[in-house]
Design a protein around this ligand. Structure first.
Ligand SMILES: [Zn+2]
Length: 384
């Protein structure tokens, strides 16, 4: 089937652009020599994945679902079928499995615009996905769900991907912004879920974690798993960054323990590596409670403070969030404080909603979150 489709593409004068490197199948020797080029072309376009265990099994009958992925994917990738709208439903809890399938679908739907890779692996071995979205040479770096119980921040960035990508490929505009021009100037680097183990705890309870008894011992009386902020080792990742790090808290807890030393946690290391790889122009760390944008630390020089404040004020004007500043950089140890100190570009902590009572209800996404902040990144990319 790959062979026939490749021939057909040639007849149509269509060229496919590979999105991922070639992975040689374990049973490569069984694939006929005349079909190999075609099989690996579609593998690199993410339209052929084999049967599992790294095998392709060329002699088996093709399943209906595989044929659909191949044919529909071919039409989409060659611009003969418009993208599907609403691949993401953010009005529900998004667990790891759902997040992974949404990301795969988006990457297939928007080849060349959305690229999914991995930023690292969590304590319990979960993937920390990383998305590159856009075609520009400037970077807008953003991350969500570093705090476990704030897992609707993942829903927010996923809805952003879904809505912005569809607009980019269809009308080219969104809410009056020239989204196509903005995403040709910028690439968004998105970590949609920095703390996947924590999100799993907050969504599914302690028994869904590897060591439920240890977690129960870390949390205060009468507090359920839905109040969890830390990672699966009881470290509050947003107090673990290597920025004038000093101990916070006395030991593993559901929140506010900074870890045994700076960047002790694999999730923190993944963020630090991503930031250093894509040295951002703007950084937005997405949180969930307090209706505010924290723009800078005290103890930072006046010029940088003023520049950060002006940028944040613009986003506050657009979203209705309140302007706030953080405590002294030498007592902070957050992702944003690290970013400011290291790169000297605006780095904001954005608290999306007013409610500080958890758990938040994902079902209220479209009434309580989205209408206010949907243009957040477009306004940021329009700033300069
Ligand atoms: Zn938070």
């Amino acid at each position: 089937m790959c062979f026939i489709l490749k021939k057909f593409a040639g007849l149509q004068g269509k060229t496919l652009s590979p999105q991922i490197p070639k992975t040689t199948f374990a049973d490569d020797a069984e694939i006929s020599a005349w079909a190999k080029d075609a099989v690996y072309l579609f593998q690199r376009c993410r339209l052929v994945a084999g049967v599992g265990d790294g095998k392709f099994a060329p002699k088996r009958p093709v399943k209906r679902a595989e044929a659909t992925v191949l044919l529909v994917g071919y039409l989409r990738q060659t611009g003969q079928l418009p993208p599907k709208a609403n691949l993401v439903n953010p009005a529900q809890d998004i667990d790891d499995k759902l997040l992974s399938s949404m990301l795969t679908e988006l990457a297939i739907e928007y080849p060349g615009l959305i690229r999914v890779s991995s930023a690292g692996t969590s304590c319990e071995g979960r993937d920390i996905p990383m998305v590159k979205f856009g075609k520009g040479s400037r970077y807008l770096y953003t991350e969500a769900n570093i705090h476990a119980k704030e897992h609707q921040t993942t829903n927010f960035v996923m809805e952003v991907l879904d809505e912005y990508a569809y607009a980019y490929e269809t009308t080219g505009t969104y809410d009056g912004y020239n989204i196509r021009a903005l995403l040709q100037k910028y690439t968004m680097v998105i970590l949609p879920r920095v703390n996947p183990d924590g999100a799993n705890i907050a969504q599914k309870g302690f028994d869904a974690a590897k060591n439920p008894a240890a977690l129960r011992a870390m949390i205060g009386a009468n507090q359920g798993a839905s109040q969890w902020k830390s990672n699966a080792r009881g470290v509050d990742l947003n107090r673990n960054f290597p920025c004038y790090w000093a101990p916070v808290g006395t030991g593993p807890a559901n929140k506010e323990y900074g870890g045994p030393y700076a960047a002790s946690e694999p999730e923190t290391k993944a963020v630090v590596a991503a930031m250093n790889r894509y040295q951002y122009d703007y950084f937005l760390d997405i949180h969930m409670a307090g209706n505010a944008i924290y723009f800078c630390n005290t103890g930072i020089d006046n010029a940088f403070y003023a520049a950060s404040k002006a940028f944040a004020q613009r986003l506050c004007n657009k979203t209705g969030l309140k302007l706030a500043y953080s405590k002294d950089v030498k007592s902070d140890h957050t992702a944003a404080a690290y970013a400011r100190d290291r790169f000297r570009h605006p780095a904001l902590t954005v608290e999306l909603t007013a409610s500080t009572v958890f758990p938040h209800n994902s079902g209220k996404f479209y009434t309580e979150i989205w209408p206010y902040v949907k243009d957040l990144y477009l306004e940021a990319m329009s700033y300069q």
